[in-house]
Design a protein around this ligand. Structure first.
Ligand code: C2E
Ligand code: MG
Ligand code: MG
Length: 592
């Protein structure tokens, strides 16, 4: 240590720290004795290191540099911040050294240190490592350590530019999905349950049409213009990001709660309503907007964006600006669970059919049955078709479910025939979803099943809702004509609740109109309902179609409907949907 002291004393240095430590480096040994040889060797060793390194001594709580290599000296001399202090006195480094020595001087310490501001400053990893154990103190109560600084500036700036690239959308220069998620997360963290921000998601409707018809370059041009227009709707403190191909996210600062979000949505709709000029085309764009309020149900940033997506999904079908409501996520999760379980139920045969009689009102005799799906869930109990059929439709499970229903219903009819010793004079009505009709070869499937079960086509009634016609009139027309070719009859289910046009009703081979329960039940107390039922009956009469009243619950209703000229009735007054055996027994009982 004397050597270090000697060499320290041998050089003058302008900078002294508050603790009296020296940052200077000995450039020439003070003497040529044997101890100086050790000092020279140590210097050479330090100089050989590729990083700025110094030996720091703690003498009675006072830190000083005993020796250092040229890199350390150069670094010390070129400091940007606190340049009048020795390096070892810069607060973070002094603290690292202090904690090293205070902990006994045996364990290493590593800190990150920045010299200058975060953008143009230099970044270092600072290591403090033991040179001697505390036991090998220098005789005068001092201890030593090796202080080294690894310059990470290039690495940090590379990481920063990479990150900047990762957080930006290259087409519009806007923050991208990840940056948006981060910004939302930050706002949520500081929200403290107060609603002062909202997430708006804006999805361009029919944007893919532009891409397909005018090409990707035109599509890019539209996206850039949309981004510019959306920027013009922002106020100070709002953030716009491109979160998907044709989807933008806005983090909106709210001064007046939801009213501000509604006003922003109106501004957005207004700027997007002006047509876009693309070469010689003028293209109109519409958008769907979903909104979630920050501060609602203490959701995380990620959940908030998801909530806004739920609202957006709804907005796409309603055409209105939709605001997320609590419970929507739970509802979506429930639907997903139901989908998984329904898939399984179809696979393992957990579904069954119940059969509800359809009565000829003139003779009061059962002339057929409607097959209705039933799902008795092992844990949740009985689940309504009104709940699981839409799930099946959304998840494309409706095709296997629909095939299963047709197969099972025809198998039941064949089993009844067998039991009765010949074909029973009964029809079997099966519901076919509009989505099934659009995705499956329904006539082909039915032809195969009729042949397989040995049932004549005239005994099968396919019940379709009006949505089938609205969704794809041409495909529906072809399918219905093919069914006609098989002698299969077609009933329009829930008639009066949809939007089928009268011209299709006339053109399509539809045999029966099923008057929706909502018009039938309570009809006797409501003159408007009677008027609607009368109108449907006379329409059916004019078009040469039979009618079935759904939801007949009382004898009075049954008699009134018969008097009005309705040909068939179905409802709890006759019987609720029954098991196959009970249904056959019901029919047999009313024969005698
Ligand atoms: P839907 O085809 O209009 O069937 C008539 C519905 O009314 C049945 O409900 C039936 O149980 C109920 N109902 C019958 N009479 C009465 C009555 O007097 N009063 C009351 N309040 N209700 C009565 P369910 O079985 O819950 O089925 C609901 C809907 O689910 C069906 O309406 C049909 O659209 C659909 N559905 C059922 N099974 C299937 C299926 O296998 N495939 C498809 N695609 N849809 C099905
Ligand atoms: Mg039906
Ligand atoms: Mg119906």
């Amino acid at each position: 240590m004397q050597v270090a002291e000697a060499s320290r004393k041998s050089r003058a240095h302008p900078k002294r720290g508050a603790n009296g430590g020296l940052r200077a480096v000995a450039s020439t040994p003070a003497s040529t004795g044997p101890v100086d040889i050790a000092a020279t060797a140590r210097r050479s060793f330090l100089d050989a290191l590729p990083i700025a390194t110094a030996v720091v001594v703690d003498r009675g709580g006072v830190l000083s540099v005993a020796d250092a290599n040229d890199r350390f000296g150069a670094l010390d001399a070129s400091r940007l911040v606190d340049a009048t202090l020795p390096l070892i006195d810069c607060v973070p480094i002094a603290m690292a050294l202090r904690s090293f020595f205070d902990d006994g001087g045996t364990g290493s310490v590593c800190i990150e240190w920045r010299d200058g501001d975060s953008v143009s400053g230099r970044h270092f990893n600072v290591y403090v490592a033991p040179l001697d154990s505390i036991a090998a103190q220098l005789g005068d109560g001092s201890a030593r350590c090796l202080l080294s600084l690894v310059d990470r500036t290039v690495e940090v700036s590379n990481a920063r530019s990479l990150r900047a690239e990762l957080l930006h959308d290259s087409l519009t220069g806007l923050p991208n999905r990840s940056a948006f998620a981060e910004a939302v997360e930050e706002v949520v963290d500081s929200a403290g349950g107060e609603v002062h921000h909202a997430v708006l998601l804006v999805d361009l409707s029919r944007f893919s049409r532009i891409n397909e018809s005018l090409g990707g370059v035109a599509g890019d041009e539209v996206i850039i213009t949309v981004a510019r227009r959306l920027i013009s709707t922002l106020r100070a403190g709002d953030l716009l990001a491109r979160v998907g191909g044709d989807e933008f996210g806005i983090l909106l600062r709210l001064a007046n709660g939801i009213e501000d979000a509604a006003a922003a949505a109106r501004r957005i709709q207004a700027v997007l309503s002006t047509p876009f000029r693309l070469a010689r085309f003028e293209v109109g764009l519409e958008c769907a907007i979903g909104c979630a309020m920050i501060g609602d149900d203490s959701a995380s940033g990620e959940e908030l964006v998801r909530n806004a997506q739920f609202a957006l999904k709804r907005a796409k079908s309603t055409g209105r600006v939709e605001v997320h409501h609590a419970g929507e996520a739970a509802c979506a999760r429930y639907k997903l669970d139901l989908e998984t379980e329904l898939r399984r139920a179809i696979d393992v045969g957990d579904l069954r059919l119940a059969y509800q009689p359809i009565v000829d009102l003139a003779s009061n005799r059962v002339c057929g049955f409607e097959a209705l799906s039933r799902w008795n869930h092992p844990v949740r109990g009985s689940i309504d078709p009104a709940e699981f059929i839409p799930v099946a439709e959304e998840a494309s499970l409706i095709v296997p479910l629909g095939r299963w229903a047709l197969d099972t219903a025809l198998a039941t009819l064949a089993a009844w025939d067998k039991q009765a010793g010949g074909p029973v004079p009964l029809t079997m009505s099966v519901n076919v979803s509009a989505i099934q009709l659009a995705r499956d070869d329904v006539p082909g499937v039915i032809a195969a099943l009729l042949a397989q079960h040995g049932i004549d086509g005239s005994r099968l009634v396919v019940e379709l809702t009006e949505s089938a016609i609205v969704q794809d009139p041409e495909r529906t027309t072809r399918a219905l004509q093919a069914l006609k070719g098989l002698n299969v009859r077609v009933a329009m289910d829930d008639f009066g609740t949809g939007y089928s046009s009268l011209s299709y009703l006339r053109k399509l081979p539809i045999d029966n109109l099923k008057i929706d329960r909502s018009f039938v039940s309570g009809m006797l107390q409501d003159r408007d309902k009677v008027a609607i039922v009368r109108a449907v009956l006379s329409l059916a009469d004019a078009l040469g179609k039979t009618t079935t009243a759904e939801g007949v619950e009382t004898v009075e209703l049954s008699q009134t409907l018969a008097a009005l000229g309705c040909s068939h009735g179905q409802g709890y007054f006759y019987a609720a949907p029954l098991e196959a055996d009970a249904a056959l027994a019901y029919w047999q009982a009313q024969l005698g």
